[in-house]
Design a protein around this ligand. Sequence first.
Ligand code: ZN
Ligand code: ZN
Length: 86
Amino acid sequence: MKVSLEEVFGSEIEDGGRWRLVCEKHSQICQFTNKRVAQSFKKHPEQWCEICRDDSHFCYDCQIDWPSYFTAEDMGHTGHRVGEGN
Ligand SMILES: [Zn+2]
Ligand SMILES: [Zn+2]
């Protein structure tokens, strides 16, 4: 999982709020006014990162796909033939 939660200060606080989630893989940012809400979305970048939403991995051995923010190892496909889904 390559999402970080950052607190932003000063002029960086825009209408979106002071808590910022960053999808490091895709450089997508989403801002929240409430830290707890931000934390709940941290595990679900497909809810706010358009690229995570569209991107997936596919295991040719198991014939399933999953969102790309989980690695093959996360999903138990270590050593399988894994490629990009769509
Ligand atoms: Zn993403
Ligand atoms: Zn597999």
